[in-house]
Design a protein around this ligand. Structure first.
Ligand SMILES: Cc1ncc(COP(=O)(O)O)c(C=O)c1O
Length: 478
């Protein structure tokens, strides 16, 4: 019902809210029935929308009807248990409820004073994560460090790079602008967000050195050290290394311990990007991925990938929060308040790029409290177990072969008859709508990636994918 003042009255909101929850439940119950990858062509969704915004307000029922009829055809179903593409962006009911309450509160937690709970719950939950994942205690707020929720791993990497830039330049680049003397390092397999961070931070893409990898696609620390020595010899200033725990293409692990020693020797900032794989360390048996992280200056992983927390929710930790704050803090008169001025509180606006911030800790808090550490471990173990089973099928197959070994939840493989066939198989199984997988290239070879981490993926979904892959492979080869 529309009010005289055009607002949705609260009783209507309540009723529509129930309808929205019903809609989500119906969707999640039937998500497996949709084609996983949207089948629309570019422009098709937009062509169904009215050219102009409505002059008169419309009912919620009309909106919900249009979601069903106009929007749903253009949805790729990331919450389908048969979504195996990219890395997951999984979710869960407790997370959605946390998101809903956060939206209901609609606070903007830029400073402690603008909603103390928004800041303090975030600090607390970030400290919980340090403990839950077996991360170094120096990332805790009680020490010199601390954690903050960012929008994405890309934001965290950019912030780490900026903090490193200001540490090495003694905050002079913030004051006087960038020079072209600083060099950054990551492996050839590093995520594109490192390149983007160099582009937009004034470091420049040319000053990013992509270090070669070994046969497991892990950074070669000897090549890293020689490149640093070469750059220093040219009068350049190496300042930043990004090591990766779980690369995007293959989930390769850079040797963080060895890289950390090099970072220390030459006084470089070491940032560790564990965007997807980081979640695995909630299980003690997977904590091998944390080797060397204790020596890093910063670390990031995405609860919005594999920790059942809906997008967006990235966790970023630093060992020295003052370096981050020095790089990112500005305090105009209109934001001054007693608590901030007395330095008693955390103002998270100084820990990232935007000023404003949502209350994202709430959904993470709900997820952790609902599942408990045991529940989260159960699901992470299950995903890894299913993926490892799939790996064994590939190894035993006459048609497919493993492209690289992996201990966790991403399996990379290709058809033995070469790239063209592998690519054709991928196209056909994705266009079937039954599953969605993505690809990468390794040493110029076309490789299919099977990424297992959607909340409701069970063995039966992976079996279905494997049967489909084999059926399509025999059709393509016949
Ligand atoms: C290793 C790695 N780092 C960073 C990212 C970027 O993540 P985000 O979308 O949170 O920026 C990804 C995305 O898949 C990734 O795989």
């Amino acid at each position: 019902m529309m009010n005289d003042d055009y607002h949705m009255d609260l009783e209507s909101f309540r009723k529509n809210g129930y309808k929205a929850i019903d809609w989500i439940v119906d969707y999640l119950e039937s998500v497996d029935d949709y084609p996983v990858l949207s089948e629309v062509s570019p422009g098709e969704i937009r062509n169904t929308l009215p050219e102009k915004a409505p002059l008169d307000g419309e009912t919620f029922d009309a909106m919900l009807k249009d979601v069903n009829e106009l929007i749903m055809p253009g949805i790729t179903h990331w919450q389908s248990p048969s979504f195996f593409a990219y890395f997951p962006a999984n979710s869960s009911p407790p997370s959605l409820l946390g998101e809903l309450i956060s939206s209901g509160l609609s606070v903007q937690g830029m400073s402690w004073i603008t909603s103390p709970s928004c800041t303090e719950l975030e600090t607390h939950v970030m400290d919980w994560l340090v403990d839950m994942l077996g991360l170094p205690i120096k990332f805790c707020s009680a020490d010199q460090g601390g954690g903050v929720i960012q929008h994405s791993a890309s934001d965290s990497t950019l912030c780490a790079l900026l903090a490193a830039r200001e540490r090495v330049s003694d905050v002079s680049i913030n004051e006087r602008g960038a020079n072209r003397q600083l060099t950054a390092y990551a492996s050839t397999q590093a995520h594109s967000s490192i390149e983007k961070s160099c582009m937009i931070s004034g470091i420049g893409r040319d000053q990013l050195r992509l270090i070669k990898v070994d046969e497991k696609f892990s950074m070669d620390p000897y090549a890293l050290e020689s490149q640093i020595i070469e750059d220093k010899g040219k009068g350049l200033t190496p300042f930043f290394i990004c090591g990766c725990v779980g690369t995007t293409s293959t989930l390769a692990m850079d040797p963080i311990e060895a890289i950390a020693d090099i970072a220390k020797k030459y006084d470089l900032w070491l940032h560790v990007d564990a965007a997807m794989a980081g979640t695995a360390s909630i299980c003690p048996e997977f904590r091998f991925i944390n080797h060397g992280v204790g020596k890093a200056d910063s670390y990031t992983f995405n609860p919005h990938k594999w920790l059942f927390t809906n997008f967006d929710c990235n966790a970023f930790f630093v060992s020295d929060r003052s370096a981050l704050i020095k790089a990112l803090s500005v305090l105009p008169e209109y934001l001054k308040n007693k608590a901030s001025m007395e330095d008693d509180v955390i103002d998270y606006r100084d820990w990232h790029i935007p000023l404003g911030r949502r209350f994202r800790a709430l959904k993470l808090w709900f997820v952790i409290r609902h599942y408990g550490i045991k529940g989260l471990q159960h699901h992470i173990r299950k995903h890894v177990e299913i993926a490892q089973k799939f790996k064994q099928w590939v190894i035993a197959s006459d048609d497919f072969e493993l492209a690289v070994d992996s201990q966790l939840n991403l399996i990379c493989f290709s058809h033995k008859n070469g790239d063209e066939i592998t690519q054709r198989i991928l196209e056909l199984i994705n266009s079937s709508g039954e599953v969605y997988l993505s690809h990468t290239k390794l040493n110029e070879r076309f490789v299919i990636r099977m990424s297992i981490g959607q909340t409701h993926t069970e063995m039966k979904h992976v079996e279905k994918a494997w049967l489909l892959l084999n059926r399509v492979a025999s059709e393509v080869n016949s």
